[in-house]
Design a protein around this ligand. Sequence first.
Ligand SMILES: C[S@@+](CC[C@H](N)C(=O)[O-])C[C@H]1O[C@@H](n2cnc3c(N)ncnc32)[C@H](O)[C@@H]1O
Length: 228
Amino acid sequence: MPDLNEKEMRSYWDAKITDWASSSYEELPRGPIQKFMAGLRRSVHARAVIALEVLKPHIEGKSVLDLGCGNGHFLKGCLELGASRVIGTDIAPQAIELAQQLAVKNGYADRSEFVVANVADGSFPEADFTTGFGLIDWLEEDECMAMLKGLSGRKVCFSYSEADGSFDEIIHYFYLIKRLQWFGGGVRAYHHKRDEIQRRFKETGFGEMEVVVRKEMRFGRLVHNLDK
Ligand SMILES: C[S@@+](CC[C@H](N)C(=O)[O-])C[C@H]1O[C@@H](n2cnc3c(N)ncnc32)[C@H](O)[C@@H]1O
């Protein structure tokens, strides 16, 4: 039986992922609130573009596992850069459905696999690179540590939202994080200090990680060990 947080997280993303993915990667904004939110989501788009830049020198002929893959947008980019095979996992069946549809639509279903799974289970399919974007923000500390322990020794690239005190970060904190806490039932999300992220990777055997800061990602950061 999934625990309360897993069930709530699944229903939360099942209901949200279709709109979230299309407003992050496709649609132009409509009304003023959507415009404001889409402005924030431009940084989600930028995050995928920058993560592909980081992976590009390493990816030719390699396999990529993307955890919390959403609609699979990032894995499509990996194949376009020369990855041989991609695997996506997500807690939300609706996300997996979207990722499968994107694979069929773009003709790479035979080079991809998509599976419903919770990263907190800590066991993962083999792949040359493991990634996860917009995922760490949604994990409780024990879930994050279980995931990182299960990935120890791998080449990884994750994003996280940094508690950097910027205007955008504070707005996002109150809009999303506090709103979820007040009205969202059991679903929680987090911003992190950089030290805290480094500590989690160190304690799970990764050592010091490289952190990518780019203004297009606003308070979003990439953390990786691809060049080690
Ligand atoms: C902000 S979205 C990001 C989606 C995708 N990575 C992207 O950047 O477009 C977060 C994704 O993480 C998934 N997720 C949240 N908690 C998860 C967990 N414990 N295990 C697996 N996936 C999870 C959600 O279902 C959702 O698809």
